[in-house]
Every structure is written in C-alpha cells, then in structure tokens.
Design a protein. Structure first.
Length: 88
C-alpha cells in the first residue's frame, strides 16, 4: 500500500473519503481500504495525513458528532477522534 500523499488539498480530499467510508462501515465489518487516485490507503494512513492539519473541517458532517466528541472542529481533531475508534 502507498504510504505517502502530497500534503494540502490531496490529503484533505483523501481524508474526507476515509470519513465517508468510516461512517458507512457496519459493526463487525473489516476496516475499509480507500482507493484514491489509483492508490490504496488504510483509514489509519488517511488519519495520519491530516493529523496536524489545523484547517477547519467542512460543515455538513454533523453525523460525526454521534460517533465521538470534539474539542475543535478541525481535520486534526476529527482524524484523532476517528483514529481512536479504529480496531487494531
């Protein structure tokens, strides 16, 4: 699997795809692999790409608040919250 992606918009776009996959996943299902621009990434990798991104997370994702609490609404906060709920 690929382990690098360009920072910035590409990383944020990949992470949004990962969030969508996370929200679609049903209990007991394996963690999805994200296909982005012809390359495969795990949810944990997608979280890592925005781990320190202080950019505001876009509106329209309030469903995430049903899964975990946030102190801030940034890519980094959402990535850390989601990563804490990934199974090893």
């Amino acid at each position: 699997m690929q382990t690098h992606i360009r920072p910035g918009r590409a990383a944020r776009d990949l992470f949004l795809e990962a969030v969508e996959a996370f929200l679609r996943r049903r209990p007991g299902q394996e963690l999805p692999v994200i296909e982005h621009n012809g390359e495969a990434f795990t949810l944990a990798q997608a979280c890592g790409f925005v781990w320190n991104c202080a950019d505001a997370f876009p509106s329209g994702w309030e469903e995430l608040r049903d899964h975990f609490e946030f102190k801030q609404w940034t890519y980094a906060a959402v990535a850390r919250g989601m990563h804490n709920h990934l199974e090893d």
